[in-house]
Every structure is written in structure tokens, then in C-alpha cells.
Design a protein around this ligand. Structure first.
Ligand code: NAP
Length: 329
């Protein structure tokens, strides 16, 4: 297949190239695309150097699959061009996710939705992907009726500049200086926590929190599911953590949940707190699965569990999920 990657020089784009290579995706021709800024740079893929081109009107001629990770405005501008040229676009931005004509897919949860596509398939928000991979198998057996998310999201979720910001800010603080003025977040992220991902609405909810609510409902086909969410950016480079409190229609025990999750697709149960064994972002880095631990009864509600879910946001939260969709296509 002729595969284009728009945003190939970015954090997600580079990971996409790695995942395509590692999974032996049948790429006969690679078209790495970015903005004018990166035109002429080279990227290595399958042992050869590939020149990056600035995306343009004729970038998608003959392309079968176009993986997009260049932000919302580039997706809006170029996805229709790619589709008109005959490509199927798998898009990492949020612009098409809630469009009823665009499937929003996590292959472990709703692979059947892929066939409804009209040229564009959306890759969900990273935090939502790992949540639904863990929740959906439990829903199938016990019936979800309420979810409360609290997220602990690493800076890589905001891209390359945010990783550099955390690195330089941490050095400044350790050297006794104030971190430099922020361009990525409203406050320095080094050694701090920011409960602010995306802008706030009049109810005090952030964009990221709404993504978790709306995208979880769409992917699991549970439009009425009650969900609350608090999303927090933390000074971790890679890997998102989240606590999930889930309430079910039917009684459920932690043992039953562990048994189901042990055989669930894409999940690894890592749950031996007595040996200090539970999922951690650094351990999950560059790994494919969604790791689940600290599975226990929620003490405040009937038929409810609490769990701790961690995954590599650049990998399963973006690049891997997109390539899995391409494989299913
Ligand atoms: N990081 C994550 O965990 C994650 C997870 C899910 C979804 N996403 C989404 O994936 C997208 C990229 O994220 P990232 O973390 O890879 O960001 P990044 O590291 O900042 O990379 C951005 C990429 O997009 C390209 N780009 C930017 N503006 C462009 C334009 N107008 N035309 C063409 N190319 C353009 C950049 O090219 P240049 O080199 O030319 O600047 C670069 O290749 C975003 O939509 C983000 O929301 C990210």
C-alpha cells in the first residue's frame, strides 16, 4: 500500500513510522509529509532515508491510506483533499471525532464501526482510548451505568514542544531559577500539576474533560452513559495514568473484573499491590498494552469498582491505534 503520514516529523508521526515498521505493515511506498518548516528533512524508514515534503494539493495521488497527526487545522484543510484523491484518512486530531458520519474507533472495542466510513476514520483522544479498552469488557458482562475519571496526563500528549518545556523548566527549577515564560501551558509544568487541559466552558468543564465524556459514549455506543471527569496535566514525559470509578447494573467483584480483564484484548492486568506491583507510566513507555491495576471495590457505591489504568499515550493513545485501524481496513 502507498501510505502517507502527515505530521511525520512530530512525536506521533515518528511513532507511526516505528509502529508501521515493527508490525510489518505492507508499505510499498511511504510519503512523509509535514509543513514547509520540515520540507527537505529526511526520516529513516525500513532502512532507507525518505525526504519529507510539505503537504500540498498533489501529495495524496495514488495514496491508499493517509495517517494524519498534524493538528486540527491541517486535518480540516487536507483530509478532504486526501479523500478526494482516493485515500482513506485515519485522523488523530479532534476535528472529525464527533461527526456522525465519521467512525471513532478503538479496534479492541468497536472494530465494526470501521466499515461505516466515508473516507475519514477518527482516532480517539489518547486518554479515552486507554479508558474504554479497560472498561468495555467489563461493560459487556456487568452493564456500565456510571463512570468517574480522574486523569494524570503526561506532557507528550501536547507534542514535542511540551516535552522540551518540561525538560528546560525542570532544569531551571533545579538550578534555582524560575522556569521560562510558558508557551505551551498557562503556567510552568515543572514540579507542578495543572487541572487545565484545553479551554474552560461556562460550566467549568475543560475541552479535554468533554472529550473523555463524549468520545467514551460514542465508542462504546452508550449515548446516555453518565460520566464525570477531571483531567490534570502532570510533569511526566510519557504515559498517561487515570483512576476510573465505574458503577455497573449488576454486582461485580474485583476478582471477577481481574479474570475478565486478563483475557481482554489489549489489556495487561498488573495488580499485586502487596509487592508494590501496579502500572506506572515509565514502565509502560514504548509498550503496546493498556495496563490495569489497583482493582478494588469502590467503598462509596454499590456494584462499583475503582481501578488505575496506564498506557503509553503516544503509542496506544495515538500511533498504534491508528495503525491497528489501518490493518483492519
Ligand atoms: N502526542 C500525543 O500523545 C497525541 C495523542 C493523540 C493525538 N494527538 C494529536 O496528534 C497531532 C500531532 O501531535 P504531536 O504530538 O505529534 O505534535 P508535534 O510533535 O508538535 O508534531 C506536529 C506535526 O505536525 C506537523 N504540522 C504542524 N502544522 C502543520 C501544517 N499546517 N501542515 C502540515 N504539517 C503540520 C509538524 O510538522 P513540522 O515539522 O513541519 O512542524 C509535525 O510533523 C495533534 O493533532 C494531536 O492532538 C497527539
Amino acid at each position: 500500500m502507498k501510505v502517507a503520514v502527515l505530521g511525520a516529523t512530530g512525536l506521533v508521526g515518528r511513532e507511526m513510522l516505528k509502529v508501521l515498521e515493527q508490525r510489518n505493515f505492507p508499505v510499498t511506498e511511504l510519503v512523509p509529509l509535514a509543513s514547509e518548516r520540515s520540507a527537505g528533512k529526511t526520516l529513516e524508514f525500513q532502512g532507507a532515508e525518505h525526504t519529507v515534503h510539505a503537504v500540498g494539493d498533489d501529495s495524496f495521488e495514488g495514496v491508499n491510506v493517509a495517517l494524519f497527526s498534524a493538528g486540527g487545522s491541517a486535518s480540516k484543510r487536507w483530509a478532504p483533499v486526501a479523500v478526494a484523491a482516493g485515500a482513506v484518512v485515519i485522523d488523530n486530531s479532534s476535528v472529525w471525532r464527533m461527526d456522525p458520519k465519521v467512525p471513532l474507533v478503538v479496534p479492541e472495542v468497536n472494530p465494526g464501526d470501521i466499515k461505516e466510513h466515508n473516507g475519514i476514520i477518527s482516532n480517539p483522544n489518547c486518554t479515552t482510548i486507554q479508558a474504554v479498552v479497560a472498561l468495555y469488557p467489563l461493560h459487556l458482562k456487568f452493564g456500565l451505568n456510571y463512570v468517574a475519571y480522574s486523569t494524570y496526563q503526561s506532557v507528550s500528549g501536547t507534542g514535542t514542544d511540551a516535552m522540551l518545556t518540561l525538560e528546560s523548566g525542570s532544569r531551571s527549577v533545579l538550578d534555582g531559577r524560575e522556569p521560562a515564560t510558558q508557551i505551551v501551558y498557562p503556567h510552568p509544568i515543572a514540579f507542578d500539576l495543572l487541572p487545565h487541559i484545553g479551554s474552560f466552558d461556562s460550566d467549568g468543564m475543560t475541552e479535554e474533560e468533554w472529550k473523555m465524556v463524549r468520545e467514551s459514549r460514542k465508542i462504546m455506543h452508550l449515548p446516555e452513559l453518565k460520566i464525570s471527569c477531571t483531567a490534570v496535566r502532570v510533569p511526566v514525559f510519557k504515559g498517561h495514568g487515570e483512576t476510573i470509578i465505574a458503577k455497573f447494573d449488576n454486582p461485580i467483584t474485583p476478582e471477577e473484573a481481574r479474570e475478565i480483564l486478563k483475557s481482554a484484548p489489549g489489556v495487561v492486568v498488573q495488580d499485586d499491590p502487596a509487592s508494590s506491583d501496579y502500572p506506572r507510566p515509565r514502565y509502560c513507555e514504548n509498550k503496546d498494552p493498556v495496563f490495569v491495576g489497583r482493582i478494588r471495590k469502590d467503598m462509596g457505591r454499590r456494584n462499583a469498582l475503582s481501578m488505575w489504568v496506564v498506557s503509553d499515550n503516544v503509542r496506544k493513545g495515538a500511533a498504534l491505534n491508528a495503525v491497528q485501524i489501518a490493518e483492519m481496513l
